[in-house]
Design a protein around this ligand. Structure first.
Ligand code: 5GP
Length: 120
């Protein structure tokens, strides 16, 4: 599959500091910030710093250090937001996955029961 990354996507602009964000956690590999339109009491997006469109792109082409760093950043973000009562992690990909922004992001949703995994 050809993953053609568009560096004009909104999360690329956030990573370059061209658009502000409410940062929860940041390190060399990842940035975590509050979603602009939260779907739960806590709704945070965790994105890798590299130019990856989706989870399958990232896990195919990212280096081992990038993959480990990103996963550890998700763990750090969970610590920051407090997920003792549980949470849901979602990574939408492309059209049928409902992805709007073509830069990999994991949604971390918490603060209420999440209900069924998928709408009927
Ligand atoms: P997707 O549908 O691609 O999985 O999710 C994209 C998410 O990005 C949506 O939940 C949307 O609310 C969020 N989003 C879109 N634009 C911005 C923005 O400029 N700032 C922030 N913080 N979130 C955004």
């Amino acid at each position: 599959m050809d993953f053609a990354y568009d560096d004009q996507n909104i999360f690329a602009k956030i990573l370059r500091g061209e658009i502000p964000n409410k940062t929860v956690y940041e390190d060399d590999y990842a940035l975590a910030f509050h979603d602009i339109a939260p779907q739960a009491p806590v709704h945070v997006l965790v994105i890798p710093k590299g130019p990856f469109m989706s989870l399958d792109h990232f896990t195919r082409d990212a280096s081992d250090a990038e993959i480990t760093g990103y996963m550890r950043a998700i763990s750090k973000t969970c610590e920051m937001i407090g997920v003792e009562d549980g949470f849901r992690a979602i990574a939408n990909a492309r059209a049928q996955g409902g992805q709007e922004v073509p830069h990999l992001h994991v949604h971390l949703l918490a603060g209420r029961p999440m209900g069924p995994m998928l709408a009927p």
